[in-house]
Design a protein around this ligand. Structure first.
Ligand SMILES: [Fe+2]
Ligand SMILES: [Fe+2]
Length: 185
């Protein structure tokens, strides 16, 4: 983390957003096993670094990475019951793009907005339109690999709450599922 902020060129691109009150609030938003602040900083920096390597627009990648999960409120506190396709995993990319345009309009352009809005591809079926968006969605998944590679953590990626009925039923039947798989293989 400290190493990331030691990169002067990168830091100069993101510092105003990073130090703003609104972004600092993300230190208290939980994101898988990190905070939204830490997760977004990692996605932003690694996307910036990859964009530099392949000669894509690294400034757009740094900003879009930082704001790709910039939804309004911590979703875990939302008690409202929602249909499956309205769960956080399916809706937050669009929410983040609206919120980013509202709070940081001076940083927005069509590449950044599209990269934020489409970062949940393929869970959201429309892919990113620009190479910078493909970088963001790829790096986001690499940074989230601990969750994506663990079958019992996948619900976090979709945005289902830990105690939801669906998750409890998957947990209860997981052993049976593995045993069946073992028989089949
Ligand atoms: Fe996301
Ligand atoms: Fe993310």
């Amino acid at each position: 983390m400290d190493n990331i902020l030691k990169n002067k060129e990168y830091y100069n691109i993101v510092k105003d957003i990073l130090e703003s009150n609104e972004f600092q609030k993300r230190k208290s938003f939980k994101h898988h096993n990190d905070s939204v602040y830490v997760h977004s900083l990692k996605v932003s920096y690694y996307s910036y670094a990859l964009a530099k390597k392949i000669h894509a627009n690294y400034k757009n990648c740094a900003i879009a990475g930082l704001l790709h999960d910039f939804y309004d409120k911590p979703w875990q506190n939302n008690k409202e019951k929602k249909p499956f396709f309205k769960q956080h995993g399916f809706t937050h990319a669009n929410e983040a793009s609206i919120n980013a345009q509202k709070i940081y309009p001076q940083y927005m352009n069509k590449i950044i907005i599209n990269s934020i809005k489409r970062h949940m591809f393929p869970l959201n079926i429309v892919p990113p339109k620009y190479v910078e968006g493909i970088i963001i969605t790829t790096i986001d998944k690499i940074v989230s690999l601990d969750v994506l590679l663990h079958p019992l953590s996948l619900y976090k990626y979709i945005g289902l709450k830990e105690n939801s009925r669906l998750i409890n039923s998957i947990r209860k039947n997981y052993l049976i599922f593995v045993m069946l798989l073992y028989r089949i293989v």
